[in-house]
Design a binder for this molecule. Structure first.
Ligand SMILES: CC(C)(COP(=O)(O)OP(=O)(O)OC[C@H]1O[C@@H](n2cnc3c(N)ncnc32)[C@H](O)[C@@H]1OP(=O)(O)O)[C@@H](O)C(=O)NCCC(=O)NCCS
Length: 186
């Protein structure tokens, strides 16, 4: 355990290619580990998601965190009914002429921090990296970052500015949450 001792200057982000697999990683969640160690390259190959690894700046085989992303949208289907969608649009301050049927978003499909590096603000650093990627370098419009958050990870996302899309969700294991990227430019 590094016990809050990994400096940001030690971190580097690499975009993983489908032939570049992670050999060693344990975020404490078996499903996530299995995806990261075995299934991620196939998703990459079929352009279903893009994977990034947060690695040690001097040793890229030392993976501190993994995340994968895919295009998404926020639309009426994410809400209980049209009224809730309208409430959401109002809350984000969209004027009438910007009341679109859907809003561009990017989904955080998977996120895990290696057990050896948890509690060192690395998960937060990964979220900051993703947020800035879609505000400052993105070539298309993107307003929201979305995630189906594991219940145990909800406090982590709340600390990082994510909010619940709905008052409650059908899935008993996850909560649909979003980060409004406009918060970074307003
Ligand atoms: C959830 C996870 C990504 C957090 O990563 P991390 O690098 O340990 O988190 P950070 O150090 O950046 O934590 C940021 C803040 O969130 C809090 N936090 C993190 N995980 C938390 C948890 N499970 N419960 C409550 N608070 C938590 C931290 O205490 C910290 O608060 P502080 O800023 O007041 O000190 C990591 O624990 C993990 O990989 N978990 C297993 C896989 C998982 O659940 N992934 C999410 C899938 S949706």
């Amino acid at each position: 355990m590094f016990q809050n001792s990994i400096k940001k200057s030690r971190l580097d982000f690499i975009r993983l290619q489908s032939d570049n697999t992670i050999k060693q990683f344990d975020c404490g969640d078996q499903d996530l580990n299995d995806f990261i160690l075995r299934r991620a390259p196939e998703f990459q190959k079929y352009l279903l998601s893009v994977s990034y690894a947060c690695v040690d700046v001097d040793d890229a085989s030392k993976v501190y965190a993994y995340c994968s992303l895919a295009n998404d949208k926020v639309a009426v289907g994410d809400f209980k009914d049209k009224t809730e969608f309208n409430r959401f649009r109002k809350k984000q301050g969209f004027p009438n002429e910007k009341r679109l049927k859907s809003y561009p978003a990017v989904k955080l499909c998977r996120l895990g921090v290696d057990e050896s590096a948890k509690g060192c603000q690395i998960g937060t650093t990964v979220l900051d990296y993703i947020k800035s990627m879609f505000v400052f370098e993105n070539k298309t419009g993107c307003r929201f970052l979305t995630v189906d958050a594991y219940l145990k990870a909800v406090p982590f996302y709340e600390k990082n500015g994510f909010r619940f899309m709905n008052a409650e969700d059908d899935d008993p294991h996850t909560r649909l949450m979003y980060f409004d990227l406009i918060d970074l430019v307003a």
